[in-house]
Design a binder for this molecule. Structure first.
Ligand code: ATP
Length: 435
């Protein structure tokens, strides 16, 4: 006889400035704010609304005033933390808010160039950079602003897929589970999840995004006054550190928040100009420290969600087969890449420097090594030339199979045939579609 299994129900009473840290196991868990006021990384929870937290989800439910939270289902872990750095992050928000109010006053007096705060969050891996970015953006929205979020971390892809550098105008608070609405994200494909594989191109993309942010701010004084929040990757040594200095300069940041790492804080003090305020803040004890395998799984989940959506809003991608036996002009989809192998100096064309090969755009011939690779779709009017290194992607596909005998390849695409373009950019990001 089947026993009627009742879901596990637990109640957590949170006092002022406490947070309930949750790790969801293999099953969905229902969360309800029964009374009080609470938020998840800056997004308020509605009272008596039932939220479904999916498997693998990690978050904290924080309260400034006190709250009662009910959890239905079995969590991997759930505990109340009484020590959190949220008061420090809130203070940072108030610092940014003062800056915004000054910009808005100047704007009201006719100064159309009044600029809000530009803050860069940095620190080693797993210190909560993305989470603090999200909190600060959510607070900015709740105070009536529309900041720009820049994600310079190609490792995880907060607002696009992994392997990109991206920017998003944030107009509403992040969804508790799905994070920010990504529909208007501008994403540039770096071609890999590690900037170290092509640091020249990474720095070029940093400058490209910074120029676009400046253009957007020049176009809208309101956005300019709201400021920019820049999330970075955890590579803080050698060329990684140099790329952070490049980013600080390119985005003309006013504030750098260093999470957790004192050496990095001191290095910035030495290397950044005096007008940049550098602050050192603690990481939250709740931040998950992820193994390489967990990072890879999270990347895969992110790409999976791009094509298939989530359980609550599923997408239905298309499988399309193309022939590559046709002539170059007739091919329905052809592929370029950024970066070629290094040529000896003597073989370089006149005027080309050794670094140029890293950002040189070349055509890629199709072979079985492309199987499972993610490709970035370029706009319909794009051609294989150097302009591709400054062109945002219009979407992503995956090559799921290459048949070298029949000279065909198969792709997974969010859109049906015909694709909106014939040109895609190679990436070495892999996605194995086992759905
Ligand atoms: P990366 O090394 O990829 O740059 P990061 O420094 O940006 O990582 P986050 O992505 O912000 O770190 O945090 C890592 C994980 O820890 C995320 O899953 C996030 O949801 C979780 N996390 C962050 N803060 C808390 C908290 N206070 N309680 C519970 N989980 C948290």
């Amino acid at each position: 006889m089947e026993l009627d299994r009742q879901p596990v129900r637990s109640e957590y009473r949170l006092n002022e400035d406490n947070e309930l840290r949750l790790e969801i196991g293999n099953e969905d868990v229902i969360v309800e704010l029964v009374e009080g006021v609470a938020e998840v990384f800056g997004t308020p929870l509605a009272v008596h609304k039932r939220y479904t937290f999916p498997p693998g989800f990690r978050c904290s439910i924080f309260t400034y005033q006190g709250a009662l939270v009910e959890i239905i289902g079995k969590t991997e872990s759930a505990y109340i933390a009484t020590q959190t750095p949220m008061a420090i992050y809130l203070n940072t928000h108030y610092g940014l808010e003062m800056h915004r109010q000054i910009a808005l006053k100047k704007l009201a007096m006719g100064d159309l160039t009044a600029r809000g705060p530009r803050i860069l969050l940095t620190g080693p891996m797993d210190v909560g950079k993305s989470t603090v970015s999200r909190i600060l953006l959510n607070y900015a929205i709740r105070f009536g602003h529309t900041p720009i979020y820049v994600d310079l971390d190609p490792g995880q892809g907060q607002i696009s897929i992994p392997g990109t550098v991206s920017a998003l105008l944030v107009c509403k608070p992040a969804d508790i589970v799905e994070n920010f609405d990504r529909t208007s994200t501008l994403a540039f494909s770096l071609g890999s999840t590690s900037p170290a594989l092509n640091i020249e191109y990474y720095k070029h993309l940093i400058q490209t995004v910074a120029n676009l942010v400046d253009e957007k701010c020049a176009f809208s004084p309101r956005i300019n006054a709201s400021g920019v929040v820049i999330n970075t990757c955890g590579w803080i040594k050698d060329s990684g550190y140099h790329a952070l200095l490049v980013a600080s300069k390119a985005f003309k940041v006013d504030i750098v928040v260093v999470l957790d790492n004192e050496l990095l804080f001191n290095n910035f003090k030495k290397d950044l100009p005096n007008f940049v305020k550098i602050v050192h803040e603690p990481k939250s004890g709740g931040v998950e420290v992820r193994s390489t395998a967990q990072r890879a799984a999270s990347r895969n989940r992110c790409i999976q969600n791009y094509f298939y959506g989530t359980k609550h809003s599923p997408f239905h991608p298309f499988t399309i087969e193309f022939s590559y036996a046709k002539s170059e002009e007739e091919q329905e989809l052809y592929i370029a890449r950024v970066g070629t192998d290094k040529l000896p100096d003597s073989c370089l064309p006149f005027g080309m420097t050794v670094e140029d090969h890293r950002t040189k755009v070349v055509r890629v011939s199709i072979d079985s090594s492309l199987k499972d690779k993610v490709l970035a779709l370029m706009p319909a009017n794009a051609a294989i030339d150097q302009s591709l290194i400054s062109t945002p992607a219009i979407g992503f596909i995956v090559i799921t199979d290459v048949d070298v005998e029949k000279k065909t390849f198969t792709i997974l695409s969010p859109q049906p045939q015909p694709l909106p373009t014939r040109l895609a950019l190679y990436t070495d990001v892999s996605f194995i579609d086992d759905s």
